[in-house]
Write a protein that binds this ligand. Structure first.
Ligand code: NAP
Length: 500
């Protein structure tokens, strides 16, 4: 495996700890080699030392074994090169051959592009030029980090560039949300249970809501974020992929393309948002300075690397429809933002109320039946239903039936990167985004990007850091008796864990 961008943050915090976790579970091949590539100067030894530190600091859900760490890191090496220069790749080729001979590893090779996004096309093109795309002798696969393109045009151009050197079946586009256990559990929950699927349609579902909230701000990555924003960074990829899994038809099998075909059909059925409807269906916001739990939080425009007059959104909420038989007329509401009260990602399926309210204070128990799939943190599933309050009369209260993954304490919960790296090694592309799907998602958001870019009169609403975003987002909800879910009414002391 060759990791391009080996001196970077992702390699240190996520990739190497995930690879170690796979090693720890004996899920790596018996013979393997991992080569880190970037421009910074490291010896093999100093690279191993830095990666050991990464494993110690960022491993999750795994028992560290010092001897095993040494064994694992002995399979790491470092190669210094400038990956923008085509002539460097023949040097890399020689180095890889040499390592292969020494290690006796097989011919399979995985290239991980943990590089600045602008380099994805360059690196894949250069790899192709020296014949690294050819698969006659062992597999060659390429993993591409996010963001995949900047808009429909750049995404399409990047797909074309990649296809010049690699076939679609060799390309693995990371959407780390799809690597999360609870996201995959959506498939099992929907298609292995007889009880949910009959209700999973416009006849019984009132609306669907997806929230991905972060409590942190741009964390020193203001320069990158200011050129991206919440629509590109979160909604176009992670949120729309979750919409795909929530709304898809049952696949004919669990084969990668059966599932990806169904996700694709959902993305193709998203009802396009006309430019004139953008202000009615999409609300964007930007966090402003505020005191959060006693701490002063600067506003987005005061962050390092951010243009003081920036109009980049740190929050976006959207209402849309899926034009097909299953979902006709059911509103989907999705939102994501930074500096919200907590970190939480969840899918909320709101069922329609009973046709007639029999009980006291239950004329329309609209919020009685919700199924909430908690993606992070505290992964689990919650079902909300009405119960009689003990005592006289028939007073109706809602109660929760809760399942937390953490209760399965003896089962190792793999991190998203662990799962995805293993899938890429074993050739399972189910949880990776396909070329047509990423383009369909960009096509859907294109009118919004266009309106925001070309019309300076379009509002960007301020919201105080630590709140649930602009109040105007509430107006998106059609049914005035309903609101967005506010999942974290009771915050733990650290402000991260939220109790429902
Ligand atoms: N960090 C995260 O949590 C995260 C999360 C999701 C997605 N991603 C994506 O993952 C990718 C990597 O992110 P990151 O945070 O690790 O970025 P980063 O810390 O900026 O690392 C970028 C890497 O690319 C290398 N590089 C840049 N230009 C190069 C060149 N011409 N030749 C050789 N190496 C070069 C840099 O090394 P040298 O300067 O030493 O050459 C560095 O190792 C990005 O596409 C990002 O969008 C990251």
């Amino acid at each position: 495996m060759v990791i391009f961008g080996a001196s970077g943050d992702l390699t240190y915090r996520k990739l190497i700890p995930a690879l170690y976790a796979l090693f720890n579970q004996q899920m790596l091949p018996e013979k393997f080699h991992i080569m880190g590539v970037s421009r910074t100067s490291f010896s093999d030894e100093s690279f191993r030392k830095k990666m050991t530190e990464g494993i110690r600091n960022f491993s999750e859900n795994i028992h560290l074994n010092e001897q095993q760490i040494v064994e694992f890191t002995s399979n790491l090496s470092y190669f210094q090169m400038d990956m923008s220069l085509p002539e460097e790749y023949s040097r890399l080729q020689v180095e890889l051959k040499d390592k292969k001979m020494k290690e006796g590893a097989d011919n399979n090779c995985l290239f991980y592009l943990s590089t600045p996004p602008g380099m994805f096309g360059t690196v894949s093109g250069n790899l192709g030029k020296v014949g690294f795309g050819a698969t006659s002798n062992g597999y060659r696969r390429i993993i591409i980090e996010k963001p995949f393109g900047y808009d429909l045009e750049s995404c399409h151009a990047l797909n074309q560039q990649l296809h010049e050197s690699f076939t679609e079946s060799q390309i693995y586009r990371i959407d780390h949300y799809l690597g999360k256990e609870t996201v995959q559990n959506l498939l099992v929950m929907r298609f292995a249970n007889g009880i949910f699927e009959p209700l999973w349609n416009r006849n019984y579902i009132h609306h669907v809501e997806i929230t991905s909230a972060e409590s942190i701000g741009v964390e020193g990555r203001g320069g990158y974020y200011d050129g991206a924003g919440a629509l590109r960074d979160m909604l176009q990829n992670h949120l729309l992929q979750m919409v795909g899994l929530t709304a898809m038809e049952p696949p004919s099998s669990m084969a990668a393309d059966s599932i990806r075909n169904e996700i694709m059909k959902v993305l193709e059925s998203l009802k396009p948002i006309n430019k004139e409807d953008v202000p009615l269906q999409v609300i964007r916001g930007q966090y402003m300075a505020s005191n959060v739990r006693g701490e002063f939080i600067p506003g987005y425009r005061e962050e390092k690397g951010v243009n003081p007059e920036s109009r980049t959104e740190t929050y976006v909420a959207m209402k849309f429809f899926i034009d097909n038989w299953r979902w006709g007329g059911v509103p989907f509401y999705i939102r994501t933002g930074k500096r919200l009260p907590t970190r939480v990602t969840e899918i909320g399926v709101h069922f329609k109320p009973t046709p007639h309210g029999l009980f006291q204070k239950n004329e329309s128990c609209k919020k009685c039946n919700q199924l909430v799939i908690r993606i992070q943190p505290d992964e689990g599933i919650l079902l909300n239903f009405a119960m009689k309050q003990p005592g006289a009369g028939f007073v109706v209260n809602t109660v929760n039936m809760d399942f937390h993954y953490s209760e399965l304490s003896d089962i190792h919960l793999p991190t998203a990167y662990e799962r995805l790296l293993n899938d890429a090694m074993t050739g399972d592309s189910t949880l990776f985004a396909r070329a047509d799907a990423v383009e369909a998602a960009w096509r859907f958001v294109a009118p919004i990007q266009e309106v925001w870019m070309n019309d300076p009169a379009q509002t960007i609403y301020g919201y105080p850091a630590g709140t649930w975003g602009p109040e105007n987002a509430d107006d998106l909800i059609e049914d005035k008796e309903m609101t967005w879910r506010y999942p974290c009414k009771n915050l733990s002391d650290d402000g991260i864990y939220c109790e429902l």
